[in-house]
Design a protein around this ligand. Structure first.
Ligand code: AMP
Length: 534
């Protein structure tokens, strides 16, 4: 059995690759610069593309050519439209593919494997919907990888922390990264990890702590020099300050006092920064994370989970001492903090290894493989159960109010995708001898089955582009004939719809909007294959 399977944390600000080594330990593969994580930053020149540390540094000189935080826009169709050697602007999936290409290339160089890295498990936030997951997978395919699975980041973290308990454990994963904040409560039971509730703020992360510090440094500089420099009108100064602030923020995680040196137009100033000042400047951000955390705890409670046995802190920003101190105080716990910026990639690697082992065992059982695969020291198999991240409903019109279409929600966000994610409802035909019944499917972010069963159309988005599917009726049915509708979401997150009136029926799968089809995927693969990422 090949041990050449890898886990990839494709992060908003940093990405990381890990593998399970011959001693069954999950280890991170270093990048070209000798670091364990690579900035998820891309620079597009007219001829060259650069990813990582160098791209981040180039953001000071040519901010307009640098793309950061692309993961935040993975669900959008924003294109990067600056002049490059490509015939068109790159979309977020392709830019993510670039990042994957670079980190895999570096890992290949570090590992000196007999064959290039191919089989990977990539992580994504628990809140990612089907479209974002498919796009992440497609980024992997465009980068030339075979994506074994996309798993949730908090799940990967729990695996890395060795959550393989026999007894039930309720674990909260507090993940404060560079650009996003996620809190997820999961249940670990007999090797199965199920997401109970998830939430957070996708525009809150280490960069907000950097911004607060940037502002402070510039204010101190202006005070000392009697100047009035401003970041608003000067992207170069803004990027210089961001790099300076981030560097000093990290140092403040280990020391009480540090000195930042800021030079503007040849004039330098030394600015003393203390952890106490830093904590004060950023306290409001910390409190925002606490509020979000309490919100997720409330959702878990509503679902009947009113205790938390373990709190795991992940994401590079959890290294700031203020985080553990505040979370411990708020929840009366002793939150665990080990490897916060590597544990997700490591968990994904362990999961990938388990997948490879299970596959090999299956092949052996079926007689496809002669040799029994060598058992791996990762003791037990972990099964992962995801939950739906969106709510899915059917459009209908009310008997008494025909001009006002409404949405009847069938499957709510946070329902486990365990193979039994199914809901049915009976509607009725509106007229005698109706020729057909349209079945418009909507997705939304409402989440409360008690108050959001029926919602207005403007609260949701149609899942189909153009006309919705329709069930053609082949014979006469009187007004009020039952229309049976069944929604079923498979373990991959694909929604299957069944509609039935008398002996007529229709079945369709919800295609996810905005995901590349086969042809487009081939084009992207071809376009990126011409490029030698650095
Ligand atoms: P992630 O997206 O999980 O890789 O987290 C990246 C974020 O963690 C960035 O904002 C980093 O500046 C931040 N970070 C990394 N190391 C430290 C540290 N030692 N102290 C504070 N923040 C850190």
């Amino acid at each position: 059995m090949s041990r050449l399977v890898f886990g990839i944390d494709l992060g908003t600000t940093y990405s990381c690759v890990a593998q399970v080594d011959d001693y069954d330990r999950a280890v991170v593969l270093k990048n070209f610069e000798g670091k364990n994580t690579t900035p998820s930053v891309a620079y597009f020149g007219e001829e060259t593309e650069v990813i990582g540390e160098e791209a981040k540094n180039l953001s000071v000189l040519e901010p307009e050519r640098v793309v950061s935080f692309v993961k935040r826009s993975i669900s959008t169709d924003d294109a990067y439209n600056k002049p490059t050697k490509f015939p068109r602007g790159l979309d977020p999936t392709e830019i993510s593919a670039y990042i994957l290409k670079k980190i895999v290339k570096d890992a290949n160089d570090a590992g000196q494997y007999p064959e290039p890295i191919k089989d990977v498990v990539i992580t994504c936030p628990a809140y990612f919907g089907t479209k974002e997951r498919l796009r992440t997978k497609q980024a992997g395919i465009i980068a030339g990888l075979n994506v074994l699975a996309i798993i949730n980041e908090p799940t990967a973290a729990a695996i890395a922390y060795g959550m393989k308990v026999k007894d039930e454990k309720i674990v909260m994963v507090y993940d404060l990264g560079g650009g996003t904040f996620d809190v997820t409560i999961i249940r670990v039971k007999g090797g199965t990890i199920t997401v109970i509730a998830t939430g957070g703020d996708h525009h809150l992360g280490g960069v907000d702590w950097d911004n607060a510090l940037s502002e402070y440094i510039l204010n101190q500089y202006n005070k000392e020099k009697g100047t009035s420099y401003s970041m608003d009108s000067d992207p170069h100064l803004k990027n210089t300050l961001s790099l300076l602030a981030e560097e000093n923020k990290k140092r403040l995680s280990a020391k009480d006092t540090v000195n930042a040196v800021l030079t503007i137009e040849g004039a330098s100033s030394r600015i003393e920064l203390t952890r106490a000042i830093f904590d004060q400047l950023t306290e409001f951000r910390l409190e925002e994370t606490v509020d979000k955390t309490n919100e997720v705890i409330r959702i878990a409670k509503q679902k009947g989970f009113d205790r938390i046995d373990e709190v795991l802190l992940v994401g590079g920003s959890s290294r700031m001492p203020q985080i553990k101190a505040r979370i411990d105080a708020e929840l009366g716990c002793d939150a665990k903090l080990t490897d916060p910026d590597e544990c997700i990639a490591k968990g994904a690697a362990i999961y990938a290894m388990n997948e490879a082992y299970s596959q090999a065992m299956e092949e052996y059982a079926e007689g496809v493989r002669d040799e029994k695969p060598q058992s791996i020291g990762l003791s037990n198999q972990t099964r992962v159960v995801n939950v739906t991240s969106k709510t899915y409903g059917m459009g209908f019109t009310d008997e008494n109010d025909k001009n006002k279409p409404k949405i009847f929600n069938m499957i709510f966000a946070n329902t486990p995708l365990d193979g039994n994610c199914r809901a049915s409802e009976t509607f009725s035909t509106r007229e005698d001898g109706q020729r057909g019944v349209t079945l418009p499917v909507y997705e939304s972010d409402v989440a409360n089955p008690e108050t959001d069963k029926i919602i207005e159309p403007q609260m949701a988005v149609p899942m189909e582009e153009g006309e919705p599917h329709a069930l053609q009726l082949s014979k006469y049915y009187p007004k009020g004939t039952p229309v049976e509708v069944v929604f079923e979401i498979d373990v991959e997150g694909i929604l299957h719809v069944h509609g039935e009136v008398g002996t007529d029926s229709i079945d369709f799968e919800m295609k996810i909007k905005g995901v590349k089809d086969e042809k487009e995927l081939i084009k992207s693969v071809a376009m990126l294959s011409k490029s030698n990422v650095q």
